[in-house]
Ligand binder design. Structure first.
Ligand code: UDP
Length: 402
């Protein structure tokens, strides 16, 4: 099991010691995290690292998955879009199915935790089906700045029962929500298979296995196939770039268990990619493989994150950690990670030409990428390593248990 001492060389001994100090007032405490998938997407990624390290610090942390049917995940995907501003037909059937999944879960899941942490909208209604004997925290990972008003009113009925809401950016704070809102930025685990150092031979092995030649510069976007990630826009940008520099594009997007639309979006992208280039220079990957993501990010000349909305964007921190030049949309949580021109590049999400120009510059002038890459890694070390996230959660638990 991972332990905090392993992070000494990354964040320094003072940070490690301060985490154990923060946990000292919480000994014996039990915390339960609940979300709806154990792989794919940022929440599972975070919990994979956070839960074992919380245990190592001395607080008992558990993690359970809400089990849902495909119908349920269709609905919660629509809720996800709706929370980020899309219109939604909020029918009685949708509401019933949504709540029923939580009701069923409560009939077989029992716990006696001192604090319950619910991630995202899927398990949000659980609070209605358990006798509330402890503080409950809703950890919302999506961009809440402009939710669909009807959906927001409906979900608020559950959120009001919570003791605290945790959001990923001050921009998501809701004036119309009287529940205390706290900002915690997500973070990456530099020692996980996705972010750990790799030998050259491992990198070559994976590139070969997944059919990625290295004779041309590589541009990569690692993201679920989802409309907010703008995979179609990435193809448009690539079309402009390849007229100036002969290069390849890799789009890697595994299918999360709680994301039923991924396959459809992927098929559409595949059709467009096939009509755009015939020589195999656009490579689409759907395998769920952490080391492959690591290899791709490390082997790229430029990493792109062209999201239209992004709660935080762990993929950005992952690429910054690997000292890569990241060209990303100036949206949501990405703007907390990148300072334009300093440690990466921030551009208007719809400006394909600006994305293409920036990528061409970087491909023609690798020194520029190396320069921002050095600062990129330091940004992550200072602000977005898992030990900082753990410290923030321990502070929250200390506050909420007072
Ligand atoms: N991810 C992955 N394989 C893929 C696509 C994404 O492992 O093919 C991971 C990615 O490396 C990151 C997480 O899924 O750790 C995505 O988190 P992010 O916050 O960027 O976006 P989300 O999917 O939560 O919207």
């Amino acid at each position: 099991m991972r332990n905090l001492a392993e992070y000494r060389n990354i964040v320094g001994e003072e940070v490690i010691s301060s985490i154990y100090r923060k946990a000292r007032t919480l000994y014996g405490m039990k915390v339960m995290h609940i979300n709806s998938t154990f792989y794919g997407g940022g929440v599972a990624e975070l919990l994979n690292a956070l839960v074992p390290l919380t245990n190592d610090a001395g607080v008992e942390a558990d993690w359970r998955i809400l089990r849902g049917t495909p119908d349920f995940f269709d609905i919660t995907k629509k809720f996800h879009h709706g929370l980020q501003g899309d219109t939604i037909n909020l029918s009685q059937i949708k509401k019933r199915l949504y709540q029923e999944t939580s009701a069923v879960f409560s009939s077989y899941c029992h716990f006696d935790e001192d604090c319950v942490i619910i991630h995202d909208p899927q398990p949000l209604p659980l609070i209605r089906f358990f006798r509330k004997r402890e503080p409950w925290v809703w950890r919302c990972h999506v961009d809440l700045s402009d939710p669909n008003p009807k959906l927001w009113e409906y979900l608020k009925g559950f959120i009001l029962r919570y003791d605290m809401v945790v959001i990923s950016s001050p921009k998501y704070r809701r004036e119309d929500l009287p529940v205390f809102q706290r900002v915690i930025y997500p973070a990456i685990d530099p020692l996980s298979p996705k972010n750990m150092d790799l030998t050259d031979s491992t990198i070559s092995k994976y590139l070969k296995k997944f059919g990625i030649p290295t004779d041309k510069p590589l541009i990569t976007q690692v993201s679920r196939f989802d409309k907010w990630k703008d995979s179609a826009g990435v193809l448009d940008v690539y079309e402009i770039v390849r007229k100036k520099v002969d290069c390849r594009l890799v789009m890697c997007g595994s299918m999360a268990a709680d994301d039923p639309e991924g396959q459809k979006v992927y098929e559409a992208i595949k059709r467009r990619a096939n009509s755009l280039v015939k020589n195999g220079d656009v490579i689409l990957i759907t395998s769920e493989n952490n080391i492959l993501v690591n290899v791709l990010q490390r082997s790229s000349d430029v990493v792109v994150q062209k999201s239209a909305k992004e709660g935080f964007g762990l993929t950005v921190s992952e690429a910054l950690w690997k000292s890569k030049p990241v060209v990303a949309s100036d949206v949501g949580g990405i703007a907390h990670q990148i300072q334009d021109g300093e440690n990466g590049f921030l551009l208007p999400p719809k400006d394909n030409q600006a994305f293409a120009d920036c990528i061409v510059d970087l491909l023609k002038n690798p020194k520029l990428g190396e320069k921002v890459g050095v600062k990129a890694r330091e940004t992550v070390r200072e602000k977005f390593v898992i030990t900082r996230l753990l410290a923030d959660w321990l502070d929250l638990l200390n506050d909420i248990m007072k």
